[in-house]
Design a protein around this ligand. Structure first.
Ligand code: P71
Length: 469
């Protein structure tokens, strides 16, 4: 089936500059083969992230003009609070400048050293914020969620049996909260079902542990529930969202995804004591409780975006466009994570480049080639992002999944852009052996993928210049 055409028309355009391959080659070398360090205007199609890259609607831009920049009690905060209470159903609403600050405030308030925080799969900032408290971040996604080729409607589900076993083993005192990420970004943007959330809630109740959502892509998750979960086809997206969040005690959200804005986030929760402690910390590090590091106008754009994202024509197009990119690739034999997720197509690098071990950062090598040869920016979600040294044995530990993510910004690129991306990836897939392995020359102690520098290995593992690759 063809995807539905864009449910919007274009009122403002941003010209894209075409850059030569030679210039990109120079820029990526200067960037230490790190795609985060190349200038964005040297990129033709930027699929680094769907975060903060959305095109806002005319109504959101109009909302910016209605910004009330009062230090305290801005009217935009009350719109923001009302919208979030209505959609998510949690009482206390705490604005933050983006998602990781919501995580940081929550974890630094309730997580102690030696604690364990389970999640289906922690995203990088979530894991880093748990570990920053000297606690352990544990991923408990169902087994199917770790196999790129297995088809499952709700591959993001958290395994209630694994959770029960962990809670029994560690005890509730060591587990301050359980988290579920909707959709499960690190596992391929896969949704979580209502039935699964209910089952997880039952386990949490048995042990008296609160349940929180990482709600970044909640609307896309609710759309998949409507499409796939028996009993939900005739319910509206807001009804599904209310049901989903009713099983939780709160959520963190980066509004840069399903808030359809370029900056913003929040924490929403029912526990008054936690909310008070978090608000005190918010005032110390972020801003007063009615703006939390944002301008009044940003709060207004988020309130409008959170309502627009619930529109079914929008969600059908949005998920349809990502699905379409996935189908173009799959029809040409490119290995991808299946089913296609809500916000991105993930290339399965192990099958794309079976000749290269994880120790040579094959995902990052593919990212470099996509930029250099086609002007496309993707992001590695694999051994560079998640590889680390085991603190006891000193051995390198690599993640189970080695992926390259093509994240599609919301309402930004046309279906022709998707065709260009698909044709480029398909061409690269025809001769993967021309891609060489990499080694790290510089890395930071946490979240190393953002700032690492790398160089190309030759077949013998010796250093060589990228031009020879
Ligand atoms: C994404 C991001 C942001 C990112 C990551 C890596 C490269 C470029 C951009 C951020 C998330 C997320 C989930 C599930 C919390 C955050 C943090 N994702 N949870 O996927 O996906 O939100 O960026 O607003 O702090 O590209 P924040």
């Amino acid at each position: 089936m063809r995807l539905p055409a864009e449910p919007f028309r274009i009122k403002v355009v941003e010209p894209l500059r075409r850059v030569s391959r030679a210039e990109r080659e120079r820029l990526i070398l200067e960037a230490g083969l790190n795609i985060f360090a190349v200038p964005a205007d040297s990129i033709y199609v930027d699929l680094l992230t769907d975060s903060g890259t959305s095109a806002m609607s005319d109504r959101q831009w109009a909302g910016l003009m209605l910004g009330d920049e009062s230090y305290a009690g801005s009217r935009n905060f009350f719109h923001f609070q009302d919208t979030i209470r209505e959609i998510f159903g949690y009482r206390h609403v705490i604005p933050t400048h983006q998602g990781r600050m919501a995580e940081n405030l929550l974890f630094s308030t309730v997580v102690k050293p030696g604690d364990v925080v389970p999640n289906n799969i922690h995203f990088d900032t979530t894991r880093a914020n748990v570990e920053h408290q000297n606690a352990e971040a544990v991923d408990l996604v169902i087994d199917e969620g770790l196999d790129p080729a297995t088809l499952h409607d709700f591959k993001g589900n958290l395994d209630p049996r694994k959770l029960g076993a962990l809670l029994k083993e560690r005890g509730r005192d060591k587990v301050p909260l359980v988290m579920i990420t909707v959709t499960n970004n690190s596992g391929g943007g896969q949704p979580v079902s209502i039935a699964n959330v209910r089952a997880v809630r039952e386990v949490c109740d048995r042990h008296g542990v609160p349940l929180f959502f990482d709600a970044c892509r909640f609307a896309e998750n609710c759309w998949f529930i409507k499409q796939r979960e028996p009993g939900w086809a005739d319910r509206s997206i807001p009804e599904i969202a209310r049901e989903l969040f009713s099983y939780g005690d709160g959520c963190t959200m980066s509004a840069k995804k399903d808030g359809l804005v370029n900056i913003g986030g929040f924490l929403a929760l029912n526990n008054q004591e936690w909310a008070e402690r978090i608000t005190n910390l918010l005032i110390l590090v972020e801003g007063f409780s009615t703006y939390g590091g944002l301008a009044g106008r940003d709060l207004e754009a988020i309130s409008i975006g959170l309502r627009e994202v619930l529109d079914e024509d929008y969600l059908a197009f949005r998920t349809g466009q990502v699905q379409h990119l996935g189908e173009l690739l799959e029809d040409a034999g490119v290995p991808i994570v299946k089913p296609v997720g809500g916000h991105a197509v993930y290339l399965d690098v192990r099958r794309f480049m079976p000749h290269m071990p994880q120790s040579q950062y094959p995902g990052q090598a593919l990212v470099v080639a996509l930029y250099r040869d086609y002007g496309i920016r993707a992001v590695e979600v694999g051994s560079l992002m998640f590889g680390h040294r085991d603190p006891e044995s000193g051995e390198m530990v690599y993640p189970k999944l080695e992926l390259v993510r093509l994240a599609v910004p919301r309402r930004v690129y046309t279906t022709e852009h998707m065709r260009y991306v698909a044709e480029s990836v398909i061409e690269l897939h025809r001769s993967p052996e021309r891609i060489r392995g990499l080694r790290i020359t510089h890395e930071a102690p946490t979240l190393r993928h953002y700032t690492a520098r790398l160089e190309v290995l030759d077949a013998a593992g010796a250093r060589t210049a990228l031009q020879r690759a």
